[in-house]
Design a protein around this ligand. Sequence first.
Ligand code: CA
Length: 228
Amino acid sequence: MSQPLLLIIEDEAALKRFLKPTLQKQGYQVLLASTGQEGLDLARSHNPDLVLLDLGLPDRDGLKVLQELRSWSRKPVIILSARSQELDKVIALNLGADDYVTKPFGAAELLARIGVGLRNAARTEQASEIYESKGLKVDLNTRQVTRNGELVRLTPLEYRLLTALIRRAGRVATHTQLLTEVWGPGQAEQIHYLRIYMGQLRHKLESDPSRPQHFLTEPGIGYRINVD
Ligand code: CA
């Protein structure tokens, strides 16, 4: 992808002044919108490769902007949220946002998230069938899981949880998303199931389950499979 186009929907002038040159220096093209409406209009007219969306916008709720965007676009969306918007952040992920950064954030963190978002979008298009990271290999065709070349046996639920995380590799998966996908709708409140099964996955697939390298906890939100 040469010069991906990023759309920033954010009303804070100081943040935009920082973001635009920082992202351009990394080779991105940048579009700026200061209101939700302007953002949606630019998204329709320019079809950006990735959207950075502030939740606190002057004209409408950022969650409403996300919902509308998701009604016609699958492009990655990264939420820019304030600490006071913890709950909205989870709602945004459940509504289909790909990831979030919490203000104040550093350039390195944001650039890493953007990189993952764009790579994932490209990977989804190619529908890769093998996941591989730091000694962990999962073949999604044969359902074979190996750690450092050795076959690991997973129960069907463990395997479903693993693939639900892999489908969002590098991004966060919320408790609600994982519980709904793995255990079914109606099980979204059973967070203790997740704790138990994440513990089992870590026990089987991490070198040191108490210091996970693959399966990272996002406190209060969910889990993320690490893709460095
Ligand atoms: Ca704002």
